[in-house]
Every structure is written in C-alpha cells, then in structure tokens.
Design a protein around this ligand. Structure first.
Ligand SMILES: Nc1ncnc2c1ncn2[C@@H]1O[C@H](COP(=O)(O)OP(=O)(O)OP(=O)(O)O)[C@@H](O)[C@H]1O
Length: 680
C-alpha cells in the first residue's frame, strides 16, 4: 500500500510523542509521519505537503514557516480516554483543580470531561494568577504536571490530550482514504469502548454496593436515617419509611424540612446532641437516638419502637437473671404441713400479687429469704430481676454505693463511667433488703427518699433516675423496740411494713421436723435411715437457730454417719453450740458452775448410762442405772438417783418414759454431757 507523508508539529515533546503514537496506531500502515516539537526547535524547512499542528498556540508560533504550505490542519484534541478511570475512583462531589497550560485550555478540558459523562466531580479551572486554593487537595492535568502548585499533595496525570475523531476523519478525507475510514474509526472507537467498559464496571460495582448497603439497612429492625454534611437524607430504610409514612424514593436527597417530618422530631434530629428522645410519630411511640459523625459531619438517627426497646431491655434483664440475679425458690420449695406454716404460705402468695412493699419478720433461720424469693416468683414481676442484698454483711459506704450506684469520679477508686446501683439494676423486678434492721440512720434516710419518690440519685450525681422496683425487706430484729430506742426511723418502718408477714419459729411447728429432716436427707442424695431416738431428740430440741440450725445438724450428721443410719453417735460433738441454750437462760448452766466436782461426775455418769442404753435400744430404767453405777466408784442410793433424774428432766436433758421405752437422753442432754466431759 502506498504511504502518504505528514509533518506533525506539537508544542512539547510529550505531546509530540503521544500524538505520533496515536496516529501510528490509527493509520500507521498508510501514513509516514515526521514529527517535531516547538520546544526542541524546528528544522529550517518542512518537506511534507501536509502539516498537522497540535493546537492554535502552535499555529501562532510556526505561522511564518508555513506561508508556502497550503495543507495545514490544526488539530482538535480530546482527553485520553484510557486514563480516565483514575478519575472514576474519586468520591462523588470531590473538588479537583484542573491544571492545563492556560486557564482557557483548563476550561476546555473541563468541558470535555463533562461531555464524556464524568459528572461526579467538582472541577475548578487552574488560574496561574490565583495564589492559593485552600480547600483543594487534588489536581488533575493532561500531562502538565510541572505547572501544578507544589502545595497540592495529590496529582493525577490523565496524560496528553489526543487528536479527536473530527481531526482523524479530516486526515482520512484529506488523503482520500475513505475506504479505510471504517477501520480507522473502529480503532478510534475501541479506546472509548474500553473506557465505557471501565465506566460500566465501576457503575455496576457502585450499584451493587449501593444495593447491598440498602439491603443491609433495610434488614435492620429499627429505623435508620442519615443526613450528609449538607443535611440531605442519604440513608433512609424501610422501617424509617414506615414510621414517617414517607416512601424511600421520596426521601433520599431531601432535607428534613422538605420531608415535612413533625416539628419536634425535626428539631431534635437537627439540634440535639446524643441522648435519646421519646416521641409519638404517626401514633407510634418511638425512641429516637441521634449520633453525630464528627469526621464526616453527618448525622445518623435510629428510630426504635418503644415496645421493641422494652423487649430489648427485658432480654438484657433475662441475661442478668442468668448471671445470678434470679429468684431461686418458689412457694413449693417451702416445706411444712403444720397449719401455721401453711397459713403463712397462703398469706405470702396473696401478698405476692400486690405491688406494695412487704416486711418479713421472724427469728433467724425461719426461711425469710426463702419467702422473699417465692414472693418475687409469684408476683407479676417474676420475669424481671430479683436482687438480694444483706444489709448487715457489708460496710455502710459499700452498701450505699451498691444500692444507689455512683457517678464517675464520685470518690477515689470509683469505677470509670460510674456504676449502676442495685435499685437501677432491679428495675422492673424486686429488691430484697435482708437484715434491714441493721442499716445506719444515714442509709435509712436515703432509702426512705427512694421509697417515697421512686427515684434514685447516684452518689456524686445530679440526675434523678426513675425506678420501678418492689421492695421486700426482712429482719429478725424487733423493729418496734428499735424505734422506741431511736435506732430505727418509724417513717421508714411504716413505708416498709405496708404488708407484713410473720414467720413461725420451728418450735411452734415441731410436727414439721420429721418432714424437714427427710427433706434435707433427700437433698443430700444419700439414702440413710434415722434412729427413732435421734428423731425424738431432734423433735424435742429447742432449735433457736430454727431451720438453718436443723439443716446444719443434719448436714453434719450425714457427713459423719456410717452411710446407712443416723445414730446418736453422729450427734455433733460440739452439740452445746448447736443447742443455743445460753448460760443465762439455762438454770442448769448457772447451777453447773456451782456444781461440786462430785455432783458433776454423778450427772455425767447417769447421762452416759442413759445414752448407752438408748444406743443399744435398751430401756434405761432407774434400776439399770443403779446397777450400772455399782460397778463404778460413784455409788448412789435409789433416792439420790431419782433426785438426779428429776433435775435432769426439769432441764429437758432427759425424758422419762414408763415401760420398755424407758428414759431417753435429749439433744440438750447430749450437749450437757459433752460439756461435762470437756470440763472433766
Ligand atoms: N420451710 C422451709 N423448707 C425448706 N427449707 C427451709 C425452709 N425454711 C428455711 N429453709 C432453709 O433454711 C435455711 C435458712 O433459711 P433462710 O436463709 O431463708 O432464713 P432467714 O430467716 O432469712 O435467716 P436470717 O434471719 O438468719 O437471714 C436455708 O438453707 C433455707 O433453705
């Protein structure tokens, strides 16, 4: 094929090289190109008939040289499409400085970029007369990197502008290569296709990402709304659309005012910082939470249905319950068939259904805590937390911070972020204040305020936090006696004692002892029998420590027994401390100190004989005791033995029975025997 010739004159070497490359690519097989750059200097004579100038500026510079040439073409140029993907990566709305050799050429470039659809950027033409562009950190240039101001940190070189299609077609026409025009234009178009593909891909990716994000926010079970720096809605999910009653497609891109969101909500969203606001939007009670993203200067708003928020709270509480804030016992766990306890349980169940405070009174170990658990369980608050605190077990300061919580920095050692008190934690549930009789006057005053106002103020805090807690208190102290002595506030007493529950002592319901013994044995998972004598002794015991004492005794006996049967041998060795018969209230103890050594020996011997007989299922009659004593150095007349036995019986150390059962030693008797043996 015949080759035509062409002289190309560009301004710079870069332009020369880029345009030569382009021409060779498009028409290289039929065009021989001689190319020059003004910057390099031009030859004295141009031999080719056809001259292509890269721009009007070049024309001005070489005009004189061309006076003899009739075929001069001034090129139209356009951006290099292959390089434009660098611009696609920039975020929407980004401000960029467009730098070219002149302001006019920069404007031309901007026009071209807009024409080819790169509409997502804000283009600012570079003007060399302007000193400083303070809000721009990125510059784009078609190969003119050296002109870009030094203070702009990011530079994108989109490469030298190339010949546009009109110039190429002019050349085709000029050389009468019309038969080749299709090939040339196809080659030219290829570069577009490539860019288009990139554009399409980027668009698809962006669309996919947008759809993905849209699905994610739509799947969120609460309303999500975001406003950009210009306070236009950028995110608005399906839930938000439902609450506001404004479709998604209508909301995006609008301002809150344009959306006509109700005034109080709009003001809250646009003005308040943090925190939650409670609103009724279109009849739905919602909690609106507002968060400002400082870096993006955007606002994110979440909208939660109040009921849903409550459910979440409940779930949290359930988790708390799992972690120990749980009432363990029901009324069915309270063992007893004696009318007194049955009646007490019945009253307890009725009190449970009320919302009023309950005061449980009873001796130590009668099951006050058990009743408190059961009351919570049978109350309407049973799904809420149950928190028990023993007011006598911790120091006043600790108890105060446990109950009411504290703010960060309230005192040295206060936890960062402060701490919620038990009253806050028990919200929706019950707080059990055990040993209430032992709290200090200061705490009595604070507690009274909480009960009156139904609000707590954390230590070191200003805010009053509303609480919804039922108080169940318990004491084994005589609170009325304490009021008389000025140790307990009467106003607090009446606040706590709205509903009163008095628990019976164990001696009032001795008939329940076998049931309880069996219950404690079953609880231990051991299958053991219990000697009748032992059971009798347990029934006769004074049980000043009530059920706790009984439980401790059984637990001890189960540990030391032979695994089959609880016998007299298994009675605790330190029984005296289990008996709770103090020296003061036992005449015998007073007497014991005044007993002669001889008398102590006699009592010891008599009790030991009775105990041995009981263990061997032998009736311990006066006659047997007398016979046995004859083998010792303690010889007593029948009269003396009778006298001693009467004394022992009068202090419940033995029970006298006629016939085969004979005389039996009691638990107190065993305790007394042990104390005599110890003092020997
Ligand atoms: N009726 C009952 N049935 C079964 N166990 C019981 C019964 N009453 C009390 N108990 C058990 O006795 C022990 C003491 O009970 P609880 O702690 O409830 O007594 P309390 O009156 O609160 O004692 P305190 O006044 O000393 O705090 C616990 O182990 C409890 O499980």
């Amino acid at each position: 094929m015949r080759k035509y010739t062409l002289t190309l004159i560009a301004g710079t070497i870069e332009t020369k090289e880029a345009l030569t490359k382009q021409l060779n690519h498009l028409m290289g097989e039929f065009l021989h190109i001689h190319s020059f750059a003004v910057d390099e200097g031009l030859p004295n004579q141009l031999n080719d008939e056809t001259i292509l100038l890269s721009s009007n500026h070049v024309l001005q510079e070489v005009k004189e040289m061309l006076s003899t040439h009739s075929n001069v073409i001034v090129a139209n140029r356009t951006v290099n499409h292959e390089q434009l993907d660098k611009l696609l990566e920039l975020e929407k709305g980004k401000k960029v400085l467009v730098v070219n050799d002149f302001k006019e050429t920069a404007l031309e470039l901007i026009d071209t970029l807009l024409e080819i659809g790169l509409l997502h950027l804000q283009y600012v033409p570079y003007d060399s007369n302007k000193r400083y562009y303070n809000d721009i950190d990125i510059a784009i240039t078609p190969g003119e990197t050296t002109i870009i101001p030094k203070y702009i940190p990011h530079k994108i070189d989109i490469g030298v502008r190339l010949l546009d299609v009109s110039t190429i077609l002019k050349l085709v026409d000029h050389y009468a290569l019309t038969h080749m025009s299709t090939v040339v234009s196809q080659r030219y178009i290829q570069s577009f296709i490539h860019l288009n593909q990139k554009l399409l891909h980027a668009e698809k990716q962006a669309e996919r990402l947008r759809l993905h994000l849209e699905n994610v926010v739509d799947a969120v079970d609460e309303g999500v709304l975001a406003l950009n720096e210009g306070r236009e809605v950028t995110v608005y999910n399906a839930f938000a659309a439902k609450v506001f009653g404004i479709p998604q497609q209508e909301a995006i891109g609008k301002s809150i005012d344009e959306l006509k969101v109700q005034k109080d909500v709009a003001t809250f969203i646009q003005q308040r910082q943090g925190e939650d606001g409670l609103f009724t939007i279109n009849g739905i009670d919602v909690v609106v939470h507002r968060l400002e993203l400082s870096q993006e200067k955007a606002i994110v708003v979440t909208i939660k249905n109040v009921n849903q928020a409550i459910e979440i709270e409940k779930k949290v509480k359930k988790e708390q319950l799992k972690s120990g804030l749980v009432a363990k016992y029901h009324f069915t766990h309270i063992i007893g068939s004696h009318p007194t306890i049955k009646e007490t349980k019945k009253i307890g169940e009725k009190l449970a259904k009320s919302e009023l405070p309950v005061l449980i009174q009873g001796e130590t170990g009668t099951g006050k805590e058990l009743f408190a658990h059961a009351i919570h369980h049978s109350s309407f608050r049973h799904t809420g937390p149950f928190l028990a605190v023993n007011c006598s077990a911790i120091t006043e300061t600790l108890l105060e911070s446990e109950l009411f919580g504290y703010e960060e920095g309230a005192f040295t050692g206060a936890q960062r972020g402060g701490k919620r008190g038990l009253f806050e934690l028990a919200d929706g549930g019950t707080i059990f204040l055990d040993e209430i009789g032992d709290i200090s006057p200061n705490l009595q005053a604070r507690l009274l305020r909480v009960l009156q106002e139904k609000e707590v103020r954390r230590i070191g805090g200003e805010k009053l936090i509303p609480i919804n807690v039922r108080v169940v208190a318990a004491t084994n102290k005589n609170l009325q006696a304490k009021i008389v002595k000025g140790e307990f506030r009467s106003d607090l007493y009446y606040r706590l004692n709205v509903l009163s529950l008095q628990l019976p002592s164990l001696v009032e319901r001795k008939a329940d002892i076998p049931l309880l013994v069996e219950h404690f044995i079953n609880q231990s998972n051991q299958t053991v029998d219990i000697e009748h004598t032992v059971m009798d002794m347990l029934i006769q015991h004074k049980w000043e420590g009530n059920i706790r004492e009984l439980k401790n005794t059984i637990d001890y006996m189960l540990t030391v027994c032979n695994g089959e049967r609880l016998t007299l041998q298994d009675i605790p060795k330190n029984w005296s401390s289990f008996t709770h018969s103090t020296a003061e209230d036992s005449v015998f103890h007073v007497k014991q100190s005044s007993l002669t050594l001889m008398e102590r020996k006699e009592y010891e011997l008599i009790l030991r004989i009775i105990k041995r007989c009981n263990e061997n299922s032998q009736a311990a009659s006066r006659r047997i005791i007398s016979q046995e004593m004859k083998h010792t150095d303690q010889v007593l007349t029948d009269q003396q033995i009778r006298h001693r036995l009467n004394a022992l019986e009068s202090h419940s150390f033995i029970t006298k029975g006629r016939g085969r059962s004979g005389t039996k030693i009691t638990l107190q008797g065993i305790g007394f025997l042990q104390s005599l043996e110890e003092k020997r």
